[in-house]
Design a protein around this ligand. Structure first.
Ligand code: NAD
Length: 428
């Protein structure tokens, strides 16, 4: 073991947080990589990381500075691909972890992309729409030296939406002097967006959950579902679970937690959130005041779909679900993974469970390049096939090697990444 003080900060095993979780996951997969393990260090180092200053004029005339990032973790298999997050807690190391999970995810579902991610350390709820547009445009122009339709293609993530993507696409296009729709995905339909993209991550969570449920004998009609996060991913998944006859028994977001044993009316909850900004105060369910109690709600399927590291050593033992389907990126720590494995709670990892969004982003990118657009039925059918094939392949590896689904997904994905690395060889 080298002297930790001699390592670059991002390789320091004492560095906690999401990047530390990712490094531990890589540690766990390395024994299964055979001869490719000599390239494994590639996985522990981001290829490029850019920190940018994002100054904007606020509406009252004062100047505010925000810190932004774009990280390309690995591009061995294709251009960087991954979302942009606007959140007050975003850090460089969090973006590094999210970029790395994108490398693994894209390889796990065999999309021809590497992994990248971006973020700005800002609470967008405190900005006016005009300020948000200025922030987005300045950030996009600061990272324009890295992104491009064949280099690195951003997409939405927490607190960024179709409008933000349209502003990013426009800003990049103004620099280029030509409309370049393929530089970002998750755009509105009139500017090169894809049908089915808005719901794609939630739909993918549902498709993968259904495949996993069938393997362990959970019948979806009547199954109890608990969901943390009711945004793009959690809200979309909730709708599809309800449509399949499941009972969505508990929902938690940043503002509160609501519970109803007989099943929450998901459409009514969505209308409440659209009006009130949170599930708090929803009249069709009972409020749970202590947010920690959300984790011990009895259910068949628990879907964390908010932020990283929500399930750790402190609450993994309290979970009363038969399986966890990770809508969020990195919601479960390695310590919690071990506790859940020992308690026989199946964990379907993020890199497959939430890959629906990037899969339809891939379709959007292909459609933008060919300027030929597919029907929603074609998109949903192709999405379901890619995800169920990927899930089946990972299930088989997990069964054969007697390892968790997460380690199996990492084995499949990291093998693909490092095979590409080895085939390309080292430059110069
Ligand atoms: P979003 O902004 O649309 O929604 C986030 C949700 O999480 C909101 O309901 C918010 O209230 C809730 N939340 C925030 N902080 C919380 C807290 N402390 N406790 C409980 N709930 C909290 O974001 P999203 O796009 O739905 O992303 C959610 C997760 O899914 C993230 O981990 C993201 O990286 C991941 N993800 C998103 C996509 C995508 O296409 N949007 C794709 C793959 C993975």
């Amino acid at each position: 073991m080298p002297d930790p003080d001699a390592l670059p900060s991002y390789l320091d095993p004492r560095h906690l947080g999401s990047w530390g979780v990712y490094l531990q996951q890589v540690e766990r997969v390395t024994p299964y990589l055979g001869g490719l393990s000599r390239w494994a260090e590639t996985l522990r180092r981001p290829k490029r990381a850019l920190i940018v200053d994002v100054p904007i004029a606020l509406d009252d005339g004062t100047i505010a500075h925000f810190e932004g990032y774009r990280v390309q973790h690995n591009t061995s298999r294709g251009p960087g691909k991954g979302g942009v997050r606007f959140h007050r807690d975003v850090t460089l190391s969090e973006v590094m972890a999210l970029a790395a999970w994108m490398s693994v995810k894209n390889a796990a579902v065999k999309l021809p992309f590497g992994g990248a991610k971006g973020g700005v350390r800002v609470d967008p709820r405190g900005l006016s729409r005009a300020e948000l547009e200025r922030l987005t445009r300045r950030y996009a122009s600061e990272i324009a030296i890295l992104i491009g339709p064949t280099k690195d293609i951003p997409a939405p993530d927490v607190n960024t939406d179709e409008q933000v993507m349209a502003w990013m696409m426009d800003t990049y296009s103004m620099h280029e002097g030509a409309t370049v729709t393929g530089v970002v995905t998750g755009k509105p339909i009139p500017v090169g967006g894809s049908l089915g993209r808005r719901d794609a991550t939630g739909r993918g969570v549902f498709v993968v959950a259904a495949a996993a449920a069938a393997r362990i004998g959970i019948a979806l009609p009547g199954a109890a579902i608990a969901i943390q996060g009711f945004g793009n991913v959690g809200g979309g998944a909730a709708r599809l679970f309800a449509a399949a006859g499941c009972r969505v028994v508990a929902v938690q977001d940043h503002g509160g937690t609501v519970h109803r044993e007989a099943g929450i009316d998901v459409a009514a909850l969505a209308a409440h959130v659209a009006a009130a900004g949170s599930v708090r105060g929803f009249p069709g369910a009972t409020a749970i005041d202590d947010p920690a109690r959300f984790w011990s709600v009895p259910c068949d399927i628990l879907v964390p779909a908010a932020l990283e590291r929500q399930i750790g050593a402190a609450n993994a033992g309290a979970i009363r679900a038969r399986m966890i389907v990770e809508g969020a990126n990195g919601p479960t720590t390695p310590e919690a993974d071990d506790i859940l494995r020992d308690r026989d709670v199946l964990v379907v990892p993020d890199v497959i469970a939430n890959a629906g969004g990037v899969t339809v982003s891939y379709f959007e990118w292909v459609q933008d390049f060919s300027s030929f657009f597919w029907t929603e039925d074609e998109i949903n059918a192709r999405l379901a096939r890619i995800l169920t094939d990927a899930f089946d392949a990972i299930w088989q590896v997990a069964t054969e090697r007697r390892i968790t689904l997460r380690t199996a997904a990492f084995v499949v994905a990291c093998t693909r990444i490092l095979q590409a690395r080895e085939l390309r060889g080292l430059y110069p």
